[in-house]
Design a protein around this ligand. Structure first.
Ligand code: CU
Length: 347
């Protein structure tokens, strides 16, 4: 990746001037055929004809219509939707369920857009990290090993003793720490690194969803999906260049989520976006029941749009009445233009 080139244009300039194709081409040749050959000066007026250099770019940002190397990244955002890690399960002498997890912090270069790589700091090599799932009252034991060149922690949202909060005990490079607590309250939660500078440690990719099911369970849903909202600051200037759910911009536009008509769909939605104060979720041609933080069994809202500040999260439930393809996206529309859009395909 040509960092110098990236540093010369802000995200808004890139969008206006259609230079993302050139930025991509600087990293790999994948979109060279539709990329402008030169980068326009930042101060130049926005051209009116060069926004979409290739017809297929019309749906996306210029240069983002190609595919990325998912095999090299090692994880697929579509798989992350329903990839729940229930841990290694056993019973404690008192009969309580014990769930054991193992998390490694590792640095990994991830391709976020065609030809554009990002040096991510990850839990288990993926962003978001594994979705840890359990039932309220379970005893959770997470062995955290820091295999990265920076100190990190795992800070869980939930109720637990001070020493398990993952704030004042940074795990040094090569170090190990065991987080152990009873899972409460039930709801949609998250975990993330809590080492300073905090914004950078989170923005680099150290976050994941933590779902605690109620003892009596949720209403039966035919589809359950985890969506972690995030940004990607590819030039590390403290401003996001891309937005997404499950890390890769426009992924669910290119790979719509297949659901059945009349089937109950549950989405665990977590906002881990850094640098921007709010995020939002809008569902097209439908309404959903919303359970803020997922900590109550009855929804508090029936709407088609919600907003979440950083670390806010909740549970959405909906059913599609008609077949077809329906968009979902941040109704902070700038984020939508920069990658945070997707589609449900109802069959
Ligand atoms: Cu960290």
């Amino acid at each position: 990746m040509n960092v110098k080139l990236l540093e010369r244009v802000s995200r808004r300039d890139a969008l206006k001037l259609g230079t993302l194709g050139a930025l991509s081409a600087a990293g790999a040749g994948a979109v060279a055929a539709c990329a402008p050959s030169t980068v326009a000066p930042v101060a130049a007026p926005a051209p009116t004809t060069a926004h979409y250099a290739h017809p297929s770019d019309a749906m996306f940002m210029p240069g983002l219509s190609g595919e990325i190397d998912i095999a090299k990244n090692g994880f697929n955002p579509s798989d992350i939707l329903a990839d729940f890690d229930y841990g290694t399960v056993s019973a404690l002498p008192n009969g309580q369920t014990l769930r054991e997890y193992r998390i490694n912090a590792v640095v990994k270069n991830l391709e976020v857009a065609p030809g554009i790589e990002f040096e991510a700091w990850t839990y288990n090599g993926r962003v978001p990290g594994p979705t840890l799932r359990c039932t309220e009252g379970d005893h959770i034991r997470i062995e955290f090993v820091n295999g990265s060149p920076h100190p990190h922690t795992m800070h869980f949202h939930g109720v637990h003793p001070a020493g398990m909060d993952g704030v004042y005990e940074p795990v040094p490079v090569g170090g190990r720490f065991v987080y152990e607590f009873d899972a409460e309250p039930f709801g949609v939660h998250q975990y993330h690194c809590h080492v300073m500078p905090l914004a950078e440690h989170i923005a680099r990719g150290l976050y994941g969803a933590f779902i605690v099911d109620p003892k009596q369970g949720w209403k039966k849903a035919e589809h359950e999906f985890v969506m972690v909202q995030n940004g990607v600051d590819i030039d590390f200037d403290g401003e996001n260049d891309f937005y997404a759910v499950n890390f890769i911009p426009f992924w669910f536009d290119k790979h719509p989520i297949q659901i059945k008509r009349d089937a109950l769909v549950r989405v665990f939605l977590v906002n881990m976006l850094e640098y921007d104060p709010i995020n939002s979720f809008h569902l097209h041609a439908n309404f959903f029941h919303y359970y803020p933080t997922g900590t109550l069994l009855t929804p508090s809202e029936y709407t088609d749009t919600i907003i979440q500040a950083q670390a806010q999260r909740g549970m959405l439930e909906f059913t599609y009445k008609y077949a077809g393809k329906y968009m979902f996206h941040a109704h902070k529309t700038e984020f939508a233009e920069l990658g945070w859009t997707g589609a449900f395909e109802v069959g």
